[in-house]
Write a protein that binds this ligand. Structure first.
Ligand code: CA
Length: 366
């Protein structure tokens, strides 16, 4: 099997209603999608978060065998493709092709699934421009519980009063049994993160995500040690194994959250997973993208064993983005949904999804 053609698509989906995390208002959802063709008529799809220089990648990939995915990864990195968020897209597409070539889903190529139904958490509860914001947030949270989710995540990092008021109201609304995580999107300095974390601890947050800067090893450690019993999560923005090295080896996090379209695709995420496992840290992938990233994350997360395995393992929780995004809900002919709080891993060859080209064209801004 040889690569014969490559196309890149820059996609944009305008939101009907903008929303915010602690860092920015979001008005559109964007994605960089790659499509790789081979001489046996197969097409592989991948998604990254950085633009791909199409002529350069064509010149590099033409004639190569998609089964040489690790070698291609290393060659791209060595040849100045420093942006791992672009290499991620190539890597995912190569694994899609490998699966399609042998008629197997990617989770089998990775060594087999630990689960084909992954418990999901509803990732939403953003800040919006609306009156009675706290009531709207509690209604949204209750809607997720009513839909069958046993776990939810809310945006914090929006000021001590905002965070404490809204976390308290949501905990009150959903009760004690719902797993409730909070995400500050690196919105605080160390002192503020600790101050807010201590106040939020009254409402039993399961994890406290990105309390401080993404690559601040000492800062994350300081927050973690100051908040015993509260798990610190992070890593979604990091590119490549080496970016994780000190944060994992110095135990700056309890939960590591690589994003398959940023951290380096299947090839690199398996290495990051191994490093985390060697240090006793849990890996719960980040997911914030199109149907392609959703499928890729499901295949990878399906294969991450419970650690330790046992009668009552810590749950593998899939980040299910609940916000409006046609790139997630429309791009695959059969969308991947969270049903009764679980995501089913596609079982068809490769990523197991078929791309709707009309939708691809509709949102393309190339
Ligand atoms: Ca996050």
């Amino acid at each position: 099997m040889k690569i014969t053609d490559v196309h890149c698509h820059h996609l944009s989906y305008p939101l009907q209603e903008p929303f915010a995390n602690s860092r920015q208002w979001v008005h559109e959802r964007t994605a960089h999608v790659i499509e790789i063709h081979t001489d046996n008529g197969l097409v592989g799809w991948g998604e990254g978060t950085a633009a791909i220089a199409v002529d350069a990648i064509k010149a590099h990939l033409f004639g190569r065998d998609p089964f040489d995915s690790r070698r291609i990864w290393v060659d791209l990195a060595d040849q100045g493709w420093g942006n791992v968020a672009a290499i991620s897209a190539v890597d995912i597409a190569l694994w899609d092709l490998q699966g399609k070539a042998v008629g197997r889903p990617i989770y089998q190529l990775l060594g087999g699934a630990s689960r084909l139904k992954i418990p999901a958490y509803a990732s939403g509860l953003f800040r919006r421009q609306r009156p009675h914001n706290t009531k709207a947030l509690t209604d949204e949270a209750q809607g997720y519980v009513d839909a069958g989710f046993g776990a939810i995540k809310m945006k914090v990092g929006l000021g001590r009063h905002y965070d404490v008021t809204n976390v308290a109201a949501i905990r009150q609304a959903v009760g004690d049994q719902i797993l409730f995580a909070v995400d500050a999107n690196c919105g605080y300095d160390v002192g503020t993160a600790i101050d807010v974390g201590r106040r939020l601890a009254d409402y039993d947050p399961y994890w406290y995500e990105e309390p401080v800067a993404k690559n601040d090893v000492a800062g994350n450690i300081e927050v973690r040690l100051a908040l015993p019993g509260l798990r610190i999560a992070g890593g979604e923005q990091l590119q490549g194994l080496s970016a994780y090295r000190d944060l994992i080896s110095q135990r700056a996090f309890d939960i590591v959250q690589p994003d398959i379209s940023i951290a380096g695709g299947f090839t690199e995420c398996q290495r990051i997973e191994a490093l985390a496992q060697a240090h006793g840290l849990r890996v719960l992938p980040h997911m914030w993208g199109t149907a392609i990233r959703l499928a890729a994350t499901a295949h990878w997360q399906a294969t991450i064993p419970d650690d330790p395995e046992g009668l009552c393992p810590q749950p593998s929780l899939f980040e299910f983005d609940m916000t409006e995004n046609g790139l997630r809900t429309e791009l695959a002919c059969e969308p991947i949904l969270a049903t009764d709080g679980f995501v089913s891993v596609p079982e068809a060859p490769g990523l197991g999804i078929e791309i709707d080209r009309k939708v691809l064209e509709r949102y393309s801004i190339n």
